[in-house]
Design a protein around this ligand. Structure first.
Ligand SMILES: [Zn+2]
Length: 371
């Protein structure tokens, strides 16, 4: 794998400040807040990950996460419909496509760009939604113009966010809406990043500050009309507690099989070259992608060995009341993330929903005149 040094995409300067290290990759921090992976793999290498199943958590698990996907979609659609009530809607990186599916109810006509083949065929065959599997470009969907283009927690994966946004501008109708969600990683100190624990390197190539997003929109012809901020601090704490109690529960109920394979796999990870000495290991030395693949297949192997495979699968084969409980758990999860997160003080990690409107040439000239 070849890697290349990169600069801040906004200031076009190289930063020497390393604020994060994960999986043998380093995150450099620019004065503008942007945290970017440098050096990073080439574009074709990155694209090849999305076509494989190893991408970011595995496609199968996302297909299982239907309840979360649909309920989350309802929250996002409630916001979107304040700005656009219907029309042609394109989602970049729809995963299993539940947002697209839910968007049909209020009258949107959905389209998706999904690079992962397993997920795109799920969207096409099961949900009967038009989906393309190559990166968004002029020829995608025969060049039609959209009323809404949206993406959720996807912007950090873009190889070149500025060109992507310019492309969105080109493919939106006049007055079209760019609707997206991302974290505020660029605003967070090293201390907060440590609290989050994992930034999913090298899949997340950029973490943006609020200033970065403003600049990105301005440079690419969008005006941010509304920002919805949610503190995810309480959500992160709740998740950490949940994981801890689940672990204790598995231990207590004596699921020996689970315990054994988990421990075995943990040992494997512990002895892994990358985990052992991440500071000294550069991606070039290790061929980190192979390492990531082996870690991922380790997870999967571990998963296959389990007698009861996943939380959801256990429940799927079980009674209605367990599904009912799962629904409640996910509702509580979303309540903590968005309803409570909305009112919590905005310190530390947040998830932010942006509503931006396409500016026409006239709008831009008007803005420039007004200073
Ligand atoms: Zn910068």
């Amino acid at each position: 794998m070849t890697v290349e040094e990169t600069k801040c995409i906004f200031c076009r300067r190289e930063s020497g400040r390393v604020d994060w290290e994960e999986n043998g990759f380093t995150g450099k921090r620019c004065d503008c807040g942007l945290l970017y992976v440098s050096p990073r793999p080439e574009m074709k290498e990155i694209l090849s990950w999305y076509n494989s199943d190893e991408a970011n958590g595995g496609a199968r698990s996302r297909i299982r996460s239907e309840i979360w996907g649909r309920l989350n979609a309802l929250h996002r659609l409630r916001i979107l419909r304040r700005y656009k009530r219907q029309g042609d809607l394109l989602e970049i990186g729809p995963g299993s496509g539940y947002f697209l599916d839910e968007s049909r109810r209020p009258g949107f006509n959905p389209f998706g760009i999904e690079l992962n083949l397993r997920q795109s065929s799920f969207i096409k065959e099961k949900l009967k939604i038009q989906v393309e599997t190559s990166p968004f470009r002029d020829s995608s969907f025969n060049g039609i113009l959209f009323d809404v283009i949206c993406h959720f927690d996807v912007i950090s994966h873009f190889f070149d966010p500025i060109s992507e946004c310019k492309q969105f501008h080109k493919r939106l109708k006049e007055g079209g809406i760019l609707f997206f969600e991302t974290g505020n990683g660029g605003d967070l100190s090293k201390k907060w990043l440590k609290f989050i624990g994992r930034l999913q390197y090298p899949h997340h190539l950029f973490l943006f500050s609020s200033r970065n997003i403003e600049q990105l929109c301005q440079e690419t012809g969008f005006k941010i009309v509304r920002v919805y901020r949610y503190s995810i601090l309480f959500h992160l704490v709740a998740m950490k507690c949940f994981k801890y109690f689940k672990y204790i529960f598995l231990k207590k109920t004596g699921k020996a099989e689970v315990k054994k394979t988990t421990r075995g796999f943990r040992g494997e990870v512990k002895n892994d070259k990358l985990v052992k000495s991440p500071k000294n290991v550069t991606p070039v030395e290790t061929g980190v992608q192979n390492q990531l693949k082996s870690l991922d297949s380790g997870f999967r192997r571990n998963d296959e060995k389990r007698t009861k495979r996943t939380f959801y699968e256990t429940i799927k084969n079980d009674s209605m009341w367990k599904i009912f409980l799962l629904r409640i758990a996910i509702r509580v999860n979303l309540l903590i993330r968005y309803k409570i997160g909305k009112w919590l003080p905005k310190i530390g990690p947040q998830t932010v929903i942006y509503v931006a409107k396409k500016q026409s040439v006239v709008d831009v000239e008007q803005n420039n005149k007004n200073g």
